[in-house]
Write a protein that binds this ligand. Sequence first.
Ligand code: G6P
Length: 766
Amino acid sequence: MRLLSARLILSLILAITLVSVLSVYYQGRAERRNLSNDLERRAAVLADSLAGNVQPQLSSNSTKKLQQVVDRFSNRERLAGVAVFDDRLQPIVQSSSLAGLMQAESPVLSRAIATKQKQSAFVRIGGARFHIYAEPLEDDQHSAVLVIVHDATYIQAQTAGLWHETFLRVLVQVFLIVLITVVIVRWSIAGPIARASQWLRALRAGNVEHSSATMPDIDLLRPLAQEMSSIAQSLTAARSAAEREAQLRQAAESFWTSERLSVHVRSKLVGSRLFVVSNREPYSHVRSGKSIQCVVPASGLVTALEPILRACDGTWIAHGSGDADQETVDVHDRLAVPPEEPKYTLRRVWLTKEEEDGYYYGFSNEGLWPLCHIAHTRPLFRADDWEHYRTANVKFANALLEEMRDTHEPVVLVQDYHFALLPRLIKKKRPDARVAIFWHIPWPNSESFAICPWQRELLDGLLGADVVGFHIQAHCTNFLQSVDRTLECRIDWEHFAVSREGHRTIVKPFPISVEFPENAPPESDQGSSYLERGALLRELGVEARFVGVGVDRVDYTKGILERFLAIERMLEKRPTYQGKFVFVQIGAPSRTHIKRYHDLLADVEAEAERINWRFQTSNWKPIVFLKRHVSHREILRYYRAADLCVVTSLHDGMNLVAKEFIAARHDEQGVLILSRFTGAARELLDSVLVNPYDIESTADAICYALELGAEERAARMRRLRRLVKENNIYRWAGSLVTELCEVRLDMPQETGNSSRAQSAAQSHSG
Ligand code: G6P
């Protein structure tokens, strides 16, 4: 810095001096020219007025008078003398001061005589500078020349004075400019730079807090400051990720984070790419008045898959179901999402209304959904729906094949019961693709599954995959039993794999989960659960001491009616809770084009009203039913405020509400009441497990949860949190991708003992 200032000052001195010298030089020249011109003018004026006096004396040959005239004029300021010469250049008269000074043969005089014109010149005589002005005088007899000589040394003296004065001025100027510059540089540049470098040093040493990860405000360096701030933020984020990683290693934990998943997936993909196919899209565009809104649908599947796609920049292929979806894609039906910070590609597939009716509402949701969920709603199988299901699977397969055309050994994660035929369709065209299908709903026992008229086609389609995933082992076993009863194949019960027509499919459980935010939410988002509860109850217009919450799509598999009955029964059995316990049911309407769902929505509303009518007072009612889509952020407020969360699914693949509730309870409070018919019940053993069909014992479970001692409550929640933290969504994705990437694509057909496999199958199913 010091060296820099010395250089800066030196350059400044040089520059200022150079500019000043040049300007003084030109100024000096101009001054000299002005003085010379002025002298010339004065000499001419003097000569004119003298000529008038000299001419008569010359004509009258009066040398004496002529001498008098010359002497009279000779004492003028700066006048060296006056003389009159004849045409032979001999002096007729001259001032005494000119004696010996003028050389008669001065070329100026000769020129004046010869040309008979006025002549002037500056000459140097005896080291001094003079100005000579010669004016020819003529009459009939005489030819002479009037000479006016000025001492011009003062011009030089004045110019030298100017130089001197300017030199002093430049000196002072240089000094002042340098001084001011140094002060400015110190105040406005060197100071802030020193502060910035101090800040950078602190950043490098890791002493800058996250909140102050913006560079000190420096006007001059603003663009640089902005860049540095972004670098600082990335550095801080990278450092905290590295620290977290190091802490995890230190604690010998195997906690999965989005960063770890990102690194893991990229290392597994080795140059290949990830493709996800699902029916529901992660972002849909819907018209709202004249504008278009981007909506994230209420779907556990979207919640689970979004972080994976964000982590590894893949392509997600999904049905474009929003009414403004077509307007928001490019010519290839693609768009980059999330809209605010694009991380991956969404490719939309279009379906006609008939296709959507048959494939989605019909075969998927009126056929497969009730077939796989044992909730006593009869599945409907229509040939038309099946045809549309097949067509839609082919459409999605074609879109996927197009997307992965340039990718070698692509990795494909197909999602759910909407795409049972897709794995086979893909593998037929792209045997180099690694294909997994994850079935997000239960797989029923083989007798139940066998009622599906197209069971063979469904199983055959699924077995096209390299990996078939379910939430729990029981669903894998049910699936293998269905395969065993339906198709010619070899089942390896030891490794849970099926070999068929030279292809091997691994069948494994991958319990899905949620993101587990390690740190508590920011202060602004988390009042104490007590304050939060007060605020929420005020918004709902009820008063209560205890709060329960349920969050579901309004679906007959979720046991919402059973839940309400259990609440009613609890209030009957324990009247002390009347006026004190309120249950908030958040119910997002779902699949309402289907009559069963449409009717259910009305039933749930009516049942809540019936129970409320029975018990309610002026400021309290037992059930608040919020029949709408509620944002995840708002749901979190309810999770954090509740004493208990009730999940009473009659049958559920996993149920992510249970895990979301646990992940939200940083305060280690709250009790989870959980149906034993959910996949989650296999893991979350510290919840209060219930049989939702048993209204009596579910009512007791609600009382039990409300009355559980604070320590026991916290101990249960602590264990549940550890479990969900350990088995979070990143682990799910990591395991699925690992399994798929380890599949040997050239696996030869199994040559195991088929009958042994058969008998093992029988003993297992027994
Ligand atoms: C279940 C399914 C998901 C589906 C979700 C929402 O969880 O397993 O695949 O995304 O329900 O249903 P929807 O029909 O609205 O997509």
